[in-house]
Write a protein that binds this ligand. Sequence first.
Ligand SMILES: Nc1ncnc2c1ncn2[C@@H]1O[C@H](COP(=O)(O)OP(=O)(O)OP(=O)(O)O)[C@@H](O)[C@H]1O
Ligand code: NI
Length: 309
Amino acid sequence: MVKSSLRVRGMSVRFKVPNGSVAAASDVSLDLGEGEVLALVGESGCGKSVVASGLLGLLPGNARVSGAAVLRGPEGEVELLGASQQELSTKVRGRRIGLVPQSAATHLHPVRTIRAQLAETISELGAELDVARAAARAHFPADHLDRYPHQLSGGLAQRAAIALALAGSAWLVLADEPTTGLDRALVHEIVDEFRRIADQGHAVLMVTHDLAAAERVADRVAVMYAGRIVEDSPAKAFYGGPAHPYARGLLNALPEREFRPIPGVPPQLSELPAGCAFQPRCVLATDLCTQLPEPTGEDHIVACHHAHA
Ligand SMILES: Nc1ncnc2c1ncn2[C@@H]1O[C@H](COP(=O)(O)OP(=O)(O)OP(=O)(O)O)[C@@H](O)[C@H]1O
Ligand code: NI
């Protein structure tokens, strides 16, 4: 049996705008295998959602995507970035990659019951499972299936969205900020659900601001800054002490750590400096940093001239 995997290499996204272009993602490389949860973290606007949407072919018309993202599995191999909308909609979205959208509750249909929405998605995908099983996959309680979204708690609405994302038995789950606005207990409940799904052999790419939630669930953490992955490491290594000064800054900004924000703001993606984009905010910066640092390492990848060994 072919193992499932996602291998993203050199993915870049440029948005054409009236006065030039926005470098929303640059040379992004990521790997996901069976059983893995990867957390993609970084400050607002760094390009996390653009990467996730780009993998699904859901970017607006002014986006230019380059690079490769190969999804492998028993169903065959598909290069997502070059695939046609037709192929993505008939073979990939919902079937091989399920999307759990940000603020799931607002993506549920407001005047249809969860049962009706699951039934419709299952029939659209031609999936061979019944509503009860689809609900059970996301631990959505069967006795709530006839409720409308507004009758559900935030946690159950999120579970309904996860059930919809999994209805087509997608191997890869893309979750964009799945826990934003939920209280701690619910955050734990939802990320534990992702853990459980991954443990069944699926893979989860979770875009998040919530480093504490990511610590609970992620096997790996990829840190993005100004459109680039600056560090990609096993979660243990990241939380034990990241190598990249930006990643260290992110972690130290947490209330339960030093509660010290990184001074300064990220650069405009329409006018990125040459070299390391973090350089203007970095205490370790030297002349060397005017040259772009190459990502180096195998299992623990860092792009910094002054990375901690
Ligand atoms: N259609 C578009 N045209 C031009 N620029 C865009 C477009 N969509 C997104 N961008 C820019 O791309 C950059 C990356 O956006 P993205 O939404 O991926 O950030 P993010 O890391 O997900 O942030 P957040 O954590 O706030 O969700 C932003 O600077 C944004 O302004
Ligand atoms: Ni986002």
